[in-house]
Design a protein around this ligand. Sequence first.
Ligand code: ADP
Ligand code: MG
Length: 342
Amino acid sequence: MDTRYSATIHGKYTFENFVVGSCNRLAHAAAVSVADAPGYAYNPLFIHGSSGLGKTHLLHAINNLILQKSHLKTIYLSCEHFVNHYISTIQSNEWEAFRNFYRNGDVFLLDDIQFFENSCGSREEFFHTFNALYNARKQIVITSDSPPESIASLEERLVSRFKWGLVCSIDAPSRETRTAIIEKKAASWNITLSHESAVYIAENISGNVRELEGAIARLSNEAKTTKNTISFDFVRKIVQEILGSRKSVRVEEVLEAISKKFNVSISQLLSKRRTRTLALPRQIAMHLSRKLTNMSLVEIGGYIGGRDHSTVIHGDETILKKAKKDKNLSFIIQKLENELLK
Ligand code: ADP
Ligand code: MG
């Protein structure tokens, strides 16, 4: 079998060490059902959520459980692998081998399908692969950083096929879930951490789970090298260091990202014009500048077209309210934020 295009499977990503909270309960339950009865529970299963929230972990957990319980053949790969495989097949012209590779599997796990965005030919090929697998009742599980309908350039026919099964999301973990994750990770690293310390980390490091893991790894390293026990003061010191070393974003970068995303010029964003097409991107600029830069409200207002600080607060709050009701807007903002923090 050609293994060049399947990615490495991590044995450590299992259901046992996945912490379940309200943010991921449905996705976790669906993943367990799929692993219990591949091809029968939900097909396809589509899991979406921002980076670092556990999508790849769940895919691997499905894979690991299936391999443990059955002789089914699983194919796990990232969408990038699929695109590369497609491109190299254009050169070699070995289409039969390409098709057999996918069609011979019983379970198809495809990670990060948003990477199809720029590759029309591979999307077409995926469409055929999908149909062949689906018609043969093979289990398909797909992950993405946004819901199917928000993946730009994904054809309607693919979007509607994804909806034949179950589409579910993983949201950012609450403080309680973050605390539980920290305690579980600390235990698996053999670090003794008081509950107070775990809560402190969860309160201060509120991003994705990958960041929480980074904090635990840092604590473990520091404790080893400085031979320090993990006291609350020590935890506080490390957390402050992590917060201090975070990449800070410049307001120019925020404006540039928004100008690209909404197809408006920076001078239009800074202008006094109040048309709707400008008001929304401008308010998002205020929201992201407040959240991601080190600038004060007065400075942000001054930079964004000489507005005063109350306009910035109003812009920021308007966006927070709108994003709560409008999932699509909330995804756009999350994506911009991820790009800026990269
Ligand atoms: P994604 O694929 O959504 O970007 P990953 O699955 O790579 O995210 O998760 C990032 C890291 O966080 C991984 O090491 C994973 O094990 C861990 N992680 C994410 N969610 C959880 C969870 N609910 N419980 C335990 N670990 C988690
Ligand atoms: Mg992933």
